[in-house]
Design a protein around this ligand. Structure first.
Ligand code: HEM
Length: 444
């Protein structure tokens, strides 16, 4: 990892990819010359079936215009107003996890599905202005469709990226055809939601209602139904499974580090105490007030970036580290590996150590020398537009969970394995969950 760019050859020397590994090079690719580098065509085709052609999947001038239209919905002011929603859903999630444990007499449970449902309900409310209430309504179709399309196997994404959809759809009775049918069903469901949203907006006084992302887009300009469906597909998918993954990893790590879980509980209790969800204010979760909560979130996102890899290809000749890079060169960005590089993070790079975000020089960057060593949300014009949303959401939900539940691993020595490709989550998450009966009274 000390070389700025690794050149990797694929099978039979047919494919050659650049793998940038150093902060300066990442800065050039993601920030300085961001629009020289687009997502690879195969990746975009595979993503289109899940995210539609919304903000994640468009390029160049179309991307700039779309990002400008959507950006106001992600202003600090808008996001901070969502804290009560995030905290309420965190509390509902704690209850849903408790329900899982009922009648199981101390057996381990897997709350992965509940994490996804809570974050889907949040992005439903904040993104589309609809509470899907999937945490309570088990039979709802959306979580099942998302599970099928987002957690499709890698080979499916590859085949889907390489071959035309009409050809793959003709492979009747195969897993390929089933996942493609789920993608189509998802698009159909989202179109129904879009129609309902438009009708709601027409019925109500649109100047006083609809502060959600899609309402803001509808108010900002005259856009087509397809445009809205694509944006809804993008925000519903990009806005829930990533945060659900981050929460699953955070809880797994906390279960394996009881002393860190204890410190977090003390801080949460001191700041939130018996604050009700409606009294919750974003300022309570600011790093100045809850530094340890911020550190735990940062460290989880560093060790387990929910989106572990992305790809690029330059559309014009450009340079990296002073080297001319011919047009059409492929690049892979190994976010997971960069975040764990010993060259960038030191010898304890793979350890869960939230204190690296609190003490010592460069604590703001987790002790690394540059912000580009932390790649979980990428950087520059194509960085995650939902970063502040996700960070506040993660903090609120984690605080609500930790104040209500104590987590323990089912088998303390079990090796942590991960599964998934677009987003990663723990494989076979098995946790023992204990209800916290009393509030803590220790000093922070
Ligand atoms: C912990 C949670 C999250 C993580 C780790 C994450 C990570 C990322 C990453 C790495 C990208 C860049 C993908 C690429 O260019 O290859 C991205 C883009 C994006 N994310 Fe997130 N994301 C998270 C949560 C969210 C949320 C909550 C939303 C919406 C509410 C969201 C919406 C988007 C959108 C729309 C883009 C495309 C931005 C653009 O290209 O201009 N993300 N995200």
């Amino acid at each position: 990892m000390n070389v700025p760019i690794v050149v990797a050859w694929g099978p039979l020397y047919l494919i050659c990819e650049l793998i940038p590994t150093q902060p300066d090079v990442l800065m050039e690719m993601l920030n300085t010359n961001s629009y020289d580098w687009e997502k690879q065509a195969i990746a975009r085709k595979a993503l289109a079936g899940i995210l539609g052609n919304g903000l994640v999947n468009v390029e160049g001038a179309e991307h700039k215009a779309m990002r400008r239209l959507v950006a106001p919905s992600f202003s600090g002011h808008q996001i901070r107003q969502l804290a009560p929603l995030f905290y309420t859903k965190g509390q509902a999630l704690a209850e849903a996890i408790l329900r899982l444990t009922k009648g199981r007499d101390g057996e381990a449970v897997d709350p992965t599905d509940q994490f996804s449902r809570a974050t889907l309900d949040i992005i439903g409310a904040a993104g589309v202005g609809m509470d899907f209430d999937t945490l309570e309504k088990n039979e709802t179709i959306l979580p099942k469709l998302y599970d099928s399309v987002i957690h499709a196997p890698f080979w499916f994404l590859l085949i889907n990226g390489l071959f035309p959809t009409w050809f793959l759809g003709a492979l009747k009775g195969t897993k390929i055809a089933r996942i493609l049918a789920d993608q189509q069903r998802l698009r159909d469901e989202v179109r129904i939601l879009m129609k309902r949203k438009k009708a709601n907006m027409k019925e109500q006084d649109s100047t006083t209602t609809g502060k959600d992302i899609i309402a803001s887009i509808m108010k900002a300009g005259d856009v087509s139904d397809d445009y809205l469906v694509n944006q809804m597909l993008t925000f519903l998918a990009a806005g829930h499974e990533t945060t659900a993954s981050a929460l699953a990893w955070a809880i797994l790590l906390l279960s394996r580090h009881p002393e860190i879980q204890g410190r977090l509980l003390v801080e949460c209790d001191a700041q939130l105490g018996s604050t009700s969800a409606s009294e919750t204010d974003a300022s309570i979760f600011d790093s100045e007030k809850m530094p340890f909560l911020a550190a735990v979130c940062n460290e989880t996102l560093r060790l387990y970036p929910p989106a572990p890899i992305t790809s690029r290809q330059n559309i014009v000749p450009t340079t990296l580290n002073g080297q001319l890079i011919p047009k059409g060169t492929l690049a892979s960005l190994p976010l997971y590996s960069i975040n764990r590089s010993e060259a960038l993070w030191g010898s304890d790079a793979t350890q869960f150590n939230p204190d690296r975000w609190l003490d010592g020089s460069n604590a703001a960057h987790g002790g690394a020398k540059s912000q580009f060593c932390f790649t979980s949300f990428l950087h520059g014009p194509r960085s995650c537009i939902g970063q502040s949303f996700a960070r506040l959401e993660m903090k609120c939900i984690l605080a609500a969970l930790i104040m209500r539940l104590r987590f323990e691993p089912a088998e303390p020595d079990q090796k942590i394995e991960l599964t998934g490709f677009l987003t990663i989550r723990p494989k076979n998450l098995r946790l023992k969950v204990h209800e916290i009966q009393e509030t803590v009274s220790m000093e922070v």
